[in-house]
Design a protein around this ligand. Structure first.
Ligand code: SF4
Length: 209
């Protein structure tokens, strides 16, 4: 069991799977900068908060911007939308995350959604079997089953993030054009310079490798 002082944010899991250094800079060194991608993401979250994208009906109740946590995993954060689906006499939580873009090839979004399910299960003592994403680009829901493999992966990433954030300093950046060019922290991280000697960097930009 973790104490509240040791809780990490839900978003740290996704940041970790994107880049360990980004996770450390955001969640340990408290560095944050918006770029186009994060600004678009913020708009999606605001729209979710305003319930413009969520469902409701006699068998579905919806809560937005719901604070959730798990003492077992040491996690806390805000769920965009949690629908409660009526099943018999029970209302079963069904987390929905709003994302810019389209479904990713890696599992970082799914891990974040599964972490929400694990928090809801612990808080409400219910089983949460499924959730969904609404992607801004495709304007469609993608359903996610919280199977054992995804649950184990999520718990494993949680432990790794807790260990990472106990480190005294960030690891050196590993430059990847695809990731770093999309990263809002590129200007602070300076991945093409940090982690290598000044002479090597000058050699590279002078084309003398
Ligand atoms: S710029 Fe690249 S190495 Fe640096 S935090 Fe972002 S993704 Fe990670």
């Amino acid at each position: 069991m973790y104490s509240e002082d040791d809780f990490i944010q839900l978003s740290a899991l996704q940041h970790y799977l994107f880049c360990e250094r980004q996770c450390y800079l955001i969640h340990r060194e408290m560095i944050w900068q918006d770029n186009l991608f994060t600004a678009e993401g913020n708009v999606m979250h605001e729209r979710a908060d305003e319930q413009k994208l969520s469902r409701s009906g006699p068998d579905i109740k919806t809560e937005t911007a719901l604070y959730i946590c798990s003492r077992t995993l040491g996690l806390a954060g805000k769920a965009d939308v949690v629908e409660f689906h009526k099943e018999g006499n029970s209302w079963i939580p069904f987390p929905v995350e709003y994302k810019r873009g389209k479904p990713k090839e890696n599992r970082c979004d799914e891990v974040q959604l599964c972490a929400q399910a694990l928090c809801l299960e612990e808080m409400l003592s219910v089983s949460v079997k499924q959730g969904a994403f609404f992607y801004g680009k495709t304007r469609r829901r993608v359903y996610v089953d919280f199977d054992d493999i995804l649950r184990d992966l999520t718990k494993d990433i949680c432990e790794k993030v807790h260990l990472l954030l106990k480190q005294e300093k960030a690891s050196a950046p590993i430059y990847s054009k695809e990731k770093c060019d999309a990263c809002s922290l590129k200007a602070c991280c300076i991945p093409q310079i940090c982690g290598k000697s000044a002479i090597k960097y000058i050699d590279e930009i002078m084309g003398e490798k």
